[in-house]
Design a protein around this ligand. Structure first.
Ligand code: ZN
Length: 590
């Protein structure tokens, strides 16, 4: 072999090595950049000015006046550029469309144009946005339009129904709904549930029709019994060294700690005695009694926001006017039911109002744009006679009891009007108040709500079996039967849980929110929102006096309106449904 050939071979060898190296580098680089593209943009989201219906973002408001049209447009900034672009472009689009449609009419008279929103975090890195347009003219014409968008946070794009569902999804969803007009349905994702016309369907139950991989984000099970939050927006000081949790629960994960005298900004406080604060760019929970107030100055949510639009609202019930947006602030006056207030500004779940020249704050849920009808216990209503299966019927259900005070009040009403209801009782309380349970069984039906109200989705198979076994023992001891129905606590029973339960499961499709309001008028007002109750299952609780007071009015009112009040089992039977074990039912419409 000559020197020349050797040299040539060496050069080829070096070239090959270089080529291989560059190929490896190229592959690594493309892999790395792909990795970057897959970064989860959910981490960029902002969590501020939140309420149960505004779960993400920061509240923004634009107010403007153009000729005789007043605008107030509220919208969220989520912190994720792509999503925010979608939101602002959609707002522009619908506003433009509405102006085109109504311009000739609204140029004539003074008009208020509002956009408000709801926003929810869903599984699979989605955000659902509901934009609600409200056009009011002074001659009392009132138009509301609703627009719903499901947004892919990582792509910054709207997901349409074709991208969300597999073919044949309509049949599956229709089985959960009252009617089959699915094309007109309001449909969005909230947590791990698909919401269709106010009915929440756990996605785990309809996995087969969902096209997207809904397993990407393990989203927290959202409990139905959410705590009530109050906006605080104030600085507090820690009384001592203390830890921060990721949930409002001392058995949840500890995610940090603060030192004595450390100052933190508290956004919200819930009625379970927990405060939410910003910590390391995320949210953290702390027990409110570990904090002391530092400064009295309120941190404004929207600085410099002078408002022009003023609207009239009515108090749904007697309600307190407060000096600040907090139940702990000074009491300025008591506003009586149906008394008028002028809305000045809404800050989260509180509304700043003027009442007889006094300015103050009222919890927004206590205000209505219309006067509430006067409701009294009607004594002239005829008690229910025999059930006519062809006529409308509704099932009242009462959870969490028995209770020695409120439950007998409810039973008295059922007895007075000869109507029946279903009680979902806790095993441990059944053993404590067996006589109340026996009366429930005489005047209606008793199902189980487990033994001790555990979230079945969050406990082991062994614990689930124990909850069921102990409830069966309680039923047999008090009533001598096995429980015929089960209502899972918080409505939570995923596919795995249901395979372990040999009882039919009953959820609801009307939530009275009685546990949240603890107020007769507000509870009745919530049920009033449903115009047709035929075949519906109404969720209430048998442990609160305000609920029992609401029932005293609700029962004769429903009878007066032509509804028959039956148990869940009767409703299913009259509607020709044979209840199956391990299956969840939400209602039994025709
Ligand atoms: Zn419960």
């Amino acid at each position: 072999m000559t020197e020349g050939v050797k040299k040539e071979k060496l050069i080829i060898y070096i070239c090959l090595v270089l080529l291989t190296l560059s190929l490896i580098i190229f592959l690594l680089f493309s892999l790395f950049s792909k990795e970057k593209k897959l970064e989860n943009k959910m981490d960029n989201l902002i969590f501020e000015t939140l309420t149960t219906k505004k779960q993400v973002g920061r509240l923004n408001s634009i107010e403007d006046k153009d000729k005789n049209i007043y605008y107030k447009i509220s919208y969220p900034t989520t912190g994720e550029e792509g999503v925010d672009k979608v939101i602002t472009s959609k707002i522009e689009e619908i506003k433009e469309q509405t102006m085109l449609e109504y311009l000739s009419e609204i140029e004539e008279v003074n008009t208020y144009y509002f956009i408000d929103y709801e926003i929810y975090i869903g599984i699979d890195n989605t955000i659902s946005l509901i934009l609600r347009e409200n056009i009011e003219t002074l001659d009392l014409n009132n138009t509301t339009k609703e627009h719903i968008y499901i947004i892919d946070v990582n792509k910054g794009e709207i997901i349409n129904k074709e991208e969300l569902f597999n073919e044949g999804y309509k049949d599956t969803l229709t089985s959960y709904l009252d009617n089959d007009t699915l094309d007109e349905s309001k449909l969005f994702i909230k947590g791990d549930k698909l919401v269709v016309d106010n009915i929440e369907i756990p996605i785990s139950e309809i996995e087969s029709v969902i096209k997207r991989e809904n397993k990407i984000t393990e989203y927290e099970q959202s409990d139905t019994e959410e705590p009530v939050y109050t906006i605080i927006n104030k600085e507090y000081m820690s009384i001592g060294d203390t830890v921060l949790y990721n949930k409002d629960n001392v058995s949840s994960e500890i995610i940090g700690s603060i030192k004595k005298d450390e100052v933190v900004k508290v956004y919200k406080e819930n009625d379970k005695g927990w405060s939410i604060l910003l910590y390391n760019d995320g949210l953290a929970f702390i027990e409110s009694n570990k904090l002391t107030k530092k400064v009295d100055k309120v941190i404004p949510a929207e600085p410099g926001n002078e408002n022009i639009v003023e609207e009239t609202f009515y108090a749904i019930t007697n309600v307190n006017l407060r000096s600040e947006a907090s139940v702990k602030s000074d009491l300025l006056a008591e506003i009586k039911r149906n008394e008028k207030v002028t809305k000045i500004e809404q800050t989260g779940s509180w509304t700043k109002v003027r009442y007889k020249d006094i300015e103050g704050y009222v919890s927004t849920s206590y205000l209505s744009k219309t006067m509430v009808k006067n409701r009294v216990v009607k004594d002239n209503v005829t008690p229910q006679g025999q059930i006519d299966p062809t006529k409308p019927m509704v099932a009242l259900t009462f959870d969490d009891g028995p209770n020695p005070v409120a439950t007998p009040m409810i039973l008295d009403t059922l007895e007075k009007y000869n109507v029946r209801a279903t009680f979902f009782d806790l095993g441990n309380l059944m053993l404590k108040y067996p006589d109340v349970v026996k009366r429930e069984a005489t005047l209606g039906e008793v199902g189980t709500h487990t033994y001790s109200h555990k979230n079945l989705n969050a406990i082991s198979d062994k614990e689930i079996a124990k909850e069921i076994e102990l409830s069966k023992q309680a039923f047999n001891e008090v009533l001598g039967i096995d429980p015929p129905l089960l209502r899972p606590p918080y409505g939570n029973a995923n596919a795995k849980v249901r395979t372990l339960i040999d009882i039919p499961l009953i959820n609801w499709n009307v939530d009275s929110l009685d546990w949240k309001y603890l107020n007769k008028d507000l509870t009745l007002h919530e049920i009033d929102k449903y115009s047709n109750l035929d075949g519906k299952i109404i969720l209430m609780h048998s442990i609160y006096k305000p609920t029992a007071e609401a029932v005293e009015v609700l029962v004769p009112d429903l009878l007066d309106r032509g509804y028959q009040i039956v148990t869940v089992s009767e409703l299913a039977k009259y509607r020709g449904i044979t209840l199956e074990t391990g299956k969840i039912y939400y209602g039994f419409s025709k």
